[in-house]
Design a protein around this ligand. Structure first.
Ligand code: HEC
Ligand code: HEC
Ligand code: HEC
Ligand code: HEC
Ligand code: HEC
Ligand code: HEC
Ligand code: HEC
Ligand code: HEC
Length: 348
C-alpha cells in the first residue's frame, strides 16, 4: 500500500497518523493499547451508548498484521470496492453505503483500483463490529466479535426504491424475509448436541460443517460422536451461508457441482453419481441410494422413502428415471435459487 497516495482532509491525515503510530507501538498482541486513553473526542460520531467510532483505518493498521485473511477479504469485497455511490452522494444514500464516513480513509488501502474523484464510499469494520474504543482497551475482548443478522439487517433491509442497484428478487428486504423463513424461525436452532447442531444452527455448521463435507448419515453420526457440544447455538443466518468479510458462500464448487448446490446440500443432503459426456460437455446425475442422508431412509424396494425432512425423495431422478418433483441441475450457479429464494427459503 502506498501511503503517499493519501489526498484526503486533515482530519483523516491526523487519524491515520495516529493509526500508524499505533501500528508501531500498540499492537502488543493481547495488551491494552497504550494510546487508547488519548482517544477522547468522537471522530465519526458515537453509537447509542456514547462510544465513539474510530474509523476502519485503526482496525486495518493492526489487523493487517494479526489477521491478514479477513482484512484482505474485506478489502476485496463489494462493501469496500468502488461502486456507483461515492462519498459525494446524498447523505440519505450514505446512511447505508458509508454510514460513518470512513470510506475515504480506507481508499489508500486499495491498490490498482480506480477511485471515484468524490472519494470512496465504503462499509467500515465498525458498521458490523460496533464502535471502536473497547477494541483498544480490552484487546482481544472486542465488543461484537461475531456480528449477527441484526448487524447485516441494518442495511440489508427494505431498500429505497429508485436506484437500479436495489431492484431484483434477491435484494428486496432480505432481513424481513429471512426472519420469517424456516432458517430464521426454526424452533430446533437451540439444540446443543453436535450432530443436530451441525445442520440446525449457525455455530454448529461453522464449527463442524467444513470437516464433515460429503459424509452420509451414519458417517456423520460416527464423526460427531463425542464431539464438543455447541454452546449457545443460534439460528442459521447470514454469517452461516456467507463469509462475513467478502460475502461469498461458505462452500466450494466441485466438477459437476456449483458452490450454491454444495452449500444447500451440505445440510439438505443428497448423494448423486455423475456421468460426464465429453461430446455435450454436460454432466448427468442419478441418485446414489448406497448413501443415505441423515434424515433419509429407504423402502423395501431400495427407493428413497418419502420423508418431508429430505430433498432426495423430491428433487432427483432414480435409476428407473422416475422423479417425484423438481429436476435440479447441480452444476448450475443457481441450482436452488432457480426456484427458491435462499433468504425466504420458500419458492419465488
Ligand atoms: C492495537 C491493535 C488492534 C486494534 C487497533 C484493533 N484490534 Fe481487533 N484484535 C487485535 C488482536 C491482537 C486480536 C486477537 C487476534 C487473534 O486472536 O488472533 C483482535 C481480535 C479482534 C476480533 C476477533 C474477536 C475477538 O474478540 O477475538 C475482531 C472482530 C476485531 N479484533 C475487530 C477489530 C475492529 C473492528 C477494530 C477497529 C475498531 C479493531 N479490532 C482494532 C488487535 C487490534
Ligand atoms: C459486513 C460485516 C463485517 C465487516 C465490514 C467486517 N467484519 Fe469482521 N466479522 C464479521 C462476521 C459476520 C464475523 C464472524 C464470522 C466470520 O468469521 O466470518 C467476523 C469476524 C471477524 C474476526 C474473527 C474471525 C477471523 O476471521 O479472524 C476478525 C478478526 C474480524 N472480523 C476483523 C474485522 C476487521 C479488522 C474488519 C475491518 C477491516 C472487519 N472485520 C470488517 C463481519 C464483518
Ligand atoms: C452499513 C451497511 C451494511 C451492513 C452493516 C452490511 N452490508 Fe452488505 N452491503 C451493503 C451495501 C451498501 C452493499 C452494496 C455495495 C456496493 O456494491 O456498492 C452491500 C453488498 C453486500 C453483498 C454483495 C451483494 C451482491 O449483489 O453481490 C453481500 C453478499 C452482503 N452485502 C452481505 C452482507 C452481510 C452478510 C452482512 C453482515 C455480516 C452485511 N452485508 C452487512 C451495506 C451493508
Ligand atoms: C437502507 C440502506 C440503503 C440505502 C438508504 C441506500 N442503499 Fe443502495 N444499496 C443498499 C444495499 C444493501 C445494496 C446491495 C444490494 C444487493 O446487492 O443486495 C445497495 C446497492 C446499491 C447499488 C448497486 C451497487 C453499486 O454501488 O452500484 C446502487 C447503485 C445503489 N445502492 C444506490 C443507492 C442510492 C443512489 C441511494 C440513495 C438514493 C441508496 N442506494 C440508498 C442499501 C441502501
Ligand atoms: C445433515 C444435516 C442434518 C442433521 C445432522 C440433522 N438434521 Fe434435522 N433437518 C435437517 C434439514 C435440512 C431439515 C429440513 C428438511 C426439510 O424441511 O425438507 C431438518 C428437519 C428436522 C426436523 C423437522 C422440522 C420441521 O419443522 O418439520 C426435525 C424434528 C429434526 N430435523 C430434528 C433433528 C435432530 C433431533 C437431529 C439430531 C439428532 C437432526 N435433526 C440432525 C438437517 C439435519
Ligand atoms: C441459507 C443460506 C443463506 C442465508 C441464511 C443467507 N443468505 Fe444471502 N444468499 C444466499 C445465496 C445462495 C445467495 C445467492 C447468491 C449466490 O448463489 O452466489 C445469496 C445472495 C445474497 C445477496 C446478493 C443478492 C444479489 O442480488 O445477488 C445478499 C446481499 C445477501 N445474500 C445477503 C444476506 C443477508 C444480509 C443475510 C441475513 C439476513 C443472508 N444473505 C442470509 C444464501 C443465504
Ligand atoms: C446449515 C444447514 C443448512 C443450510 C446450509 C441450508 N439449509 Fe435450508 N434448512 C435447514 C434446516 C435445519 C431447515 C429446517 C428448519 C426447521 O423447520 O426447523 C431448513 C429449511 C429449509 C426450507 C424449508 C423447508 C420446508 O419444509 O418448509 C427450505 C425451502 C430450505 N431450507 C432451502 C434451503 C436452500 C435453498 C439452501 C441453500 C441456499 C439452504 N436451505 C441451506 C438447514 C440448512
Ligand atoms: C425446479 C424448481 C426447483 C429447484 C431447482 C429446487 N427446488 Fe426445492 N422445491 C421446489 C418446489 C416446487 C417445492 C415444493 C414447495 C411446496 O410444496 O411448497 C420444493 C421443496 C423444497 C423443500 C421442502 C422439502 C421437500 O422436499 O419438499 C426443500 C428443503 C427444498 N425444496 C430445497 C431445495 C434445495 C436445497 C435445492 C437445490 C439443491 C432445491 N430445492 C432446488 C422446487 C425446486
Amino acid at each position: 500500500m502506498n501511503r503517499n497516495s493519501l489526498t484526503n482532509t486533515n482530519k483523516f491525515l491526523v487519524l491515520i497518523g495516529l493509526g500508524v503510530l499505533l501500528a508501531l507501538t500498540g499492537c502488543g498482541g493481547g495488551d491494552a493499547d497504550p494510546a487508547a486513553a488519548e482517544i477522547t473526542a468522537p471522530v465519526f460520531g458515537g453509537d447509542e451508548t456514547g462510544a465513539s467510532y474510530l474509523g476502519a483505518d485503526r482496525c486495518l493498521n493492526c489487523h493487517q498484521q494479526y489477521t491478514p485473511e479477513p482484512v484482505s477479504k474485506y478489502l476485496a469485497s463489494r462493501h469496500v470496492q468502488p461502486g456507483t455511490v461515492d462519498a459525494g452522494a446524498d447523505p440519505a444514500c450514505l446512511s447505508c453505503h458509508d454510514p460513518l464516513g470512513d470510506g475515504p480513509m480506507i481508499a489508500p488501502w486499495l491498490s490498482g483500483v480506480d477511485l471515484p474523484p468524490a472519494g470512496l464510499a465504503a462499509v467500515g469494520c465498525e458498521n458490523c463490529h460496533g464502535a471502536g474504543p473497547q477494541h483498544l482497551t480490552m484487546i482481544p475482548a472486542h465488543p461484537n466479535s461475531e456480528p449477527d443478522f441484526n448487524a447485516c439487517g441494518q442495511c440489508h433491509t427494505a431498500l429505497p426504491s429508485g436506484p437500479a442497484g436495489h431492484i431484483g428478487k434477491l435484494t428486496e428486504d432480505i432481513l424481513a424475509k429471512y426472519q420469517a423463513s424456516a432458517h430464521g424461525s426454526s424452533l430446533l436452532a437451540g439444540i446443543t448436541l453436535p450432530l443436530c447442531a451441525r445442520c440446525h444452527s449457525d455455530q454448529g455448521f461453522r464449527a463442524y460443517g467444513p470437516q464433515t463435507v460429503g459424509m452420509e448419515g451414519a458417517e456423520l453420526e460416527n464423526a460427531l460422536n463425542g464431539a464438543a457440544t455447541v454452546a449457545n447455538p443460534a439460528h442459521i443466518q447470514c454469517r452461516t451461508c456467507h463469509d462475513g468479510h467478502n460475502g461469498e458462500l461458505r462452500a466450494q464448487a466441485a466438477p459437476g457441482f456449483s458452490r450454491q448446490f454444495n452449500l444447500c446440500a451440505a445440510c439438505h443432503q443428497v448423494f448423486l453419481t455423475t456421468t460426464f459426456s465429453p461430446t455435450d460437455g454436460v454432466y448427468s446425475y442419478l441418485l446414489d441410494t448406497d448413501k443415505t442422508p441423515f434424515h433419509g431412509s429407504l423402502d423395501d424396494s431400495g427407493r428413497p422413502l418419502f420423508d418431508g425432512r429430505v430433498i432426495w425423495d423430491t428433487h432427483f431422478p432414480t435409476e428407473d428415471g422416475r422423479i417425484i418433483g423438481y429436476r435440479v441441475n447441480p452444476a448450475a450457479a443457481n441450482a436452488c435459487t432457480l426456484c427458491h429464494d435462499p433468504h425466504a427459503a420458500i419458492n419465488w
